[in-house]
Design a protein around this ligand. Structure first.
Ligand code: PEP
Ligand code: MG
Length: 595
């Protein structure tokens, strides 16, 4: 492989490693979380043509605005049409136009990138203005920039997968739905300025097996397009312009990772049994169908969590039909084997995808997300349930309801499931009778009501990602508070214990399906608290199985019991890390990545 060489000293930066592994490639800058504004270098001599392309876009924008103004005038009268005059004036402003044209020429940049860079600088300046009226004018600049970029991109969306090859994506932020569409044969890794370790973008990176670092502020302005860089998703280190010694070091590291994968493959048939003979059920979390191969290799006991919302996230042009969903659920039912598959009804909203017609909310984590949305768009929910129930004829499927925060939601959802079952029965359509319905316990109210929820559900899935987010009031996607996102926090441990006890008393199964289940140190604590059923990205199964095979439950219980007596997150972390280092250091090595 050869990479564009850029002069300059090696630079090492540290972010949050969220998806393990080393990737070496060329930086590919992406501005815009949807991955539409990419940085391209113009071939020598094409600057004039690019400037002309920009000028054409300006003329088209002006035309569009004149038309819109005319329509506004007809609908609302003359005095309202002035709103668009500000935009027209901005497009006529030669100063702005010249800045963008110079940017194109000086940087050999594509016009989309130049518009974004120049207007971003202007927006920064506007944001600092005291006068609120003038500051608001920033919105007009943003509007004009978006219109220009949309025209420049044309109908052929210039997205990441289209252009990248051997690429390391560098962006401020990537939406989970965009990450889900990355072609892992072309995109070797990514680094973003924003994001936390359990954000859905990070989860997707882990499931695709793409090394990723998030929360590296300022990265987009420090790296140049096409520059060689290294991403170490285990430690969070990013190296720009690596020296030959650094390249040698990371190439060796990559080799070790490949050997490890081979080793994992050889061990795949070994059972997940502790040294004192307790079998631990290891299931797979699946987001994308691309993971089916990894699922087969991992030898997982079925699918413990299928995040169905990615079916919706990838069908951005509309909702997936009942038939499209049925085909996927049927495949999962077959793949799940004797242990089956747990389909989570769509958990849309929050930091994931919004259904068409639903605006972004000011506080999405506390908004119309998951079951709340399902019960609001009941027809969409019913179509999903029909598809799941029809697929249940082909293998063992269970349904889990996300973000349940009261019993009314559970009862309403169960009533609807019962009605859909009755409809299928009446129509003579094949389906399994009496499908099991479980709840995700992932908000504090569900923990406090765990006994009541357990009495009315068939099983519990413990979603420790959201549980940590909501118990601690720490946004899982926000790098500024990532250091406070701690699943070993005493309040989270108590919540887990409380929920586990409620499930045990009710005699129903409980599975941990949050990221704790794939973190070796956390698994030690979970086993010590009594949990015996874990679901995780298939790629994490070999490491977790290795831990389990070297553990005595009595040791894990001692560690967890002592952890429960401690008062601060730092005390618990110190205690667990020390215990893990004492007992399992040789197995953990670089696989321990902390939250
Ligand atoms: C969780 O919250 O722990 C969970 C498994 O669901 P998600 O990460 O998809 O929100
Ligand atoms: Mg969740």
């Amino acid at each position: 492989m050869s990479y564009a060489s850029h002069k300059g000293r090696e630079e090492r930066l540290e972010g949050i490693g969220v998806s393990p592994g080393v990737a070496i490639g060329a930086a590919f800058l992406v501005d815009d979380p949807r991955g539409r504004i990419v940085r391209m270098y113009l071939p020598q001599g094409e600057e004039d043509a690019e400037v002309e392309r920009f000028r054409t876009a300006v003329r088209l924008s002006q035309q569009q605005l004149e038309d819109a103004k005319q329509r506004l005038r007809e609908a609302l009268g003359d005095h309202n049409a002035y709103i668009l005059d500000a935009h027209l004036l901005m497009l006529q402003d030669r100063g702005l136009g010249q800045q963008i044209e110079s940017f194109i020429r000086d940087n050999r940049a594509n016009a989309e990138w130049a518009v974004r860079e120049v207007t971003n600088r202007l927006l920064d300046a506007y944001a600092r203005i005291q006068d609120s009226y003038l500051r608001e004018r920033g919105n007009d600049i943003e509007d004009v920039a978006r219109r220009l970029i949309k025209i420049l991109s044309g109908s052929q969306t210039r997205d990441i997968s289209h252009f990248a090859s051997d690429a390391l994506i560098v962006a401020d932020h990537l939406l989970p739905s965009v990450a889900a569409e990355l072609d892992s044969s072309k995109v070797l890794g990514f680094v973003t300025a924003m994001g936390g370790s359990t954000s859905h973008t990070a989860i997707i990176a882990r499931s695709l097996g793409i090394p990723a670092v998030v929360g590296l502020r300022g990265i987009t302005s420090r790296v140049r397009a096409d520059e060689t860089m290294v991403i170490d998703g285990t430690t969070g280190i990013v190296v720009l312009r690596p020296s030959p010694e650094t390249m040698r070091f990371y190439n060796e590291q990559r080799l070790r990772e490949q050997q490890q994968q081979q080793f994992d493959l050889e061990e795949r048939e070994l059972p997940a049994i502790t040294r004192d003979g307790q079998e631990i059920i290891l299931r797979a979390n699946i987001e994308l169908l691309e993971e089916i191969d990894a699922l087969k290799l991992s030898n997982a006991r079925g699918i413990g969590l299928y995040r169905s919302e990615y079916l919706y996230a990838q069908a951005e042009l509309g909702l997936p039909t009942e038939e499209e969903q049925f085909e996927v659920y049927q495949l999962l039912a077959e793949m799940g084997g004797d242990d089956g598959a747990v389909i989570r009804t769509f958990d849309l909203g929050g930091d994931k995808l919004h259904l068409k017609g639903f605006k972004a909310e000011p506080n999405p984590a506390l908004g119309l997300r998951a079951i709340r949305l399902s019960l609001t768009v009941e027809a969409v929910f019913r179509a999903q349930l029909r598809a799941i129930l029809r697929a249940s004829h082909f293998g063992k499927l269970r349904i889990v309801l996300p973000l349940i925060s009261n019993l009314d939601e559970l009862r309403t959802a169960k009533r609807i499931i019962g009605e859909v079952e009755a409809e299928l029965r009446a129509a003579g359509i094949d389906h399994a009778e009496g499908i099991e319905v479980g709840v995700m316990v992932e908000v504090p109210s569900a923990v406090l009501l765990a006994d009541r929820l357990a009495a009315e559900s068939d099983f519990i899935s413990l979603g420790t990602n959201d549980l940590t987010q909501y118990v601690l009031a720490v946004d899982r996607t926000n790098e500024n508070v990532n250091h406070l996102f701690d699943s070993l926090h005493p309040a989270v441990l108590r919540s887990i214990k409380f929920t586990f006890d409620a499930a045990k008393l009710a005699g129903i199964p409980i599975t941990v399906c949050g990221e704790m289940a794939s973190n070796p140190a956390h698994v030690v604590v979970l086993l010590g608290l009594g949990l015996r059923d874990l679901s995780m990205t298939p790629k994490a199964i070999p490491t977790i199985k290795r831990i389990i095979r070297t553990i005595d439950l009595s040791t894990a219980e001692k560690i967890a019991t002592h952890a429960l007596t401690l008062s601060t997150p730092s005390e618990v972390n110190r205690h667990v890390q020390e215990a893990v280092a004492r007992h399992w250091a040789h197995f953990l090595g670089s696989h321990v990545y902390s939250d």
